[in-house]
Design a protein around this ligand. Structure first.
Ligand SMILES: [Zn+2]
Length: 276
C-alpha cells in the first residue's frame, strides 16, 4: 500500500505485520480518521514519520542495492546524501550527474584531433578522460583553484577559439542569457556546449524571481547561490542563443545500474557550422 492509498482510506490502517515493521522502523499506531486529528496526535504522527524515515534511510545506507560507478569502477553500495539514498560513490565522490557525464563521454562524445576543451567548475576526474582522447583540456572558474580564472558571463577568450565547453550545474548560478551568448561566441562553428542544470520537466516555465533574499532562494531554488529553478523552457533559452540542441538522458537500465536520477539530462548545445 502506498502513502496516497493509506491517507485516502476512511480510517487509518492498524499496525503493520511484524516483519515489515522490523525492517522499516516502529510499528504504525492506529490514528483518528483523516481530518479529525488534534494537535497532540499530529505531533505524535510527525514524530512517528520522522522515526520511520530515519529507519528507512539507515536501512538503505546499510543494505542498499549494489551499483557500479562508471567513473571509478567501484561496485557496491552508494552513500546517501541528505535525504536521498544511493547518491554518492564512496570510492570517487561522484554524484549522479557526474556518472551521467561519464556515460555520455564513453558512448557519444566526439572530439576533433587536438580539440580545445574548457571545463567550468570541473570535477578532477574529467581531465584524464579528455587528455586520453587527445584534447587540450583546461579548467576554469571565478576562483584561482583552476587553470584559468574566467567569468562565464564575460569569457576572456577569443571568438571561435574552443571546440567544447563543459558547464555542469553552472548556468543556474549566473545570468544565463549572457552566459549562453558567451558560450556561443567562444565556440567554433560545430563546437559543443555540454550543459547540465537543476530542471523540473513538469514545469513549462523556469521559476525565477529577481531580488529574493538568500533564505528564500535556498528554500525555493534548493540553494542560496542559485538564481532560478529551470523548467523545460531551458531548451528555448539555449536555442535563442543560436544553438542547435541535443540531449542525453538517464534511462534504464543505466539508472538502476549506476544510481542516476531518472530522466536527468545533459543538454548538448551545438554551435551550427557556418553557412556555406
Ligand atoms: Zn566512483
Amino acid at each position: 500500500m502506498d502513502e496516497h492509498t493509506a491517507t485516502a482510506a476512511p480510517a487509518s490502517p492498524g499496525p503493520e505485520p511484524a516483519g515489515k515493521a522490523a525492517r522499516t522502523g516502529p510499528a504504525r499506531p492506529v490514528w483518528s480518521a483523516p481530518g479529525s486529528r488534534g494537535a497532540a496526535e499530529i505531533a505524535e504522527i510527525l514524530a512517528f514519520r520522522e522515526a520511520r524515515a530515519r529507519a528507512h534511510l539507515e536501512r538503505l545506507a546499510a543494505e542498499g542495492p549494489v551499483r557500479r560507478c562508471p567513473v571509478c569502477g567501484h561496485e557496491g553500495r552508494f552513500a546517501p546524501v541528505r535525504q536521498k539514498p544511493g547518491i554518492w560513490c564512496p570510492q570517487c565522490d561522484s554524484r549522479p550527474r557526474h556518472r551521467l557525464l561519464k556515460l555520455w563521454i564513453d558512448r557519444e562524445m566526439r572530439l576533433p584531433a587536438g580539440a580545445e576543451v574548457l571545463h567550468f567548475a570541473a570535477e578532477p576526474w574529467v581531465r584524464a578522460e579528455m587528455e586520453a582522447r587527445g584534447a587540450r583540456y583546461r579548467t576554469a572558474d571565478i576562483t584561482d583553484a583552476f587553470d584559468l580564472r574566467l567569468d562565464l558571463e564575460a569569457i576572456a577568450l577569443p571568438d571561435a577559439s574552443l571546440d567544447m565547453v563543459i558547464a555542469n550545474h553552472v548556468l543556474e548560478h549566473v545570468d544565463d542569457a549572457r552566459a549562453l551568448a558567451e558560450l556561443f561566441r567562444v565556440l567554433r562553428p560545430g563546437g559543443l556546449a555540454v550543459l547540465t542544470v537543476p530542471l523540473v520537466e513538469g514545469w513549462e516555465q523556469t521559476y525565477e524571481v529577481p531580488g529574493l533574499d538568500a533564505e528564500t532562494r535556498a528554500l525555493r531554488y534548493g540553494d542560496a547561490d542559485h538564481r532560478r529553478f529551470y523548467g523545460r523552457d531551458l531548451r528555448d533559452r539555449v536555442r535563442a542563443a543560436g544553438f542547435r540542441l541535443g540531449e542525453f538522458a538517464a534511462v534504464e537500465p543505466d539508472v538502476s545500474a549506476h544510481a542516476l536520477h531518472r530522466g536527468e539530462r545533459i543538454f548538448l548545445a551545438a554551435r551550427p557550422e557556418a553557412a556555406p
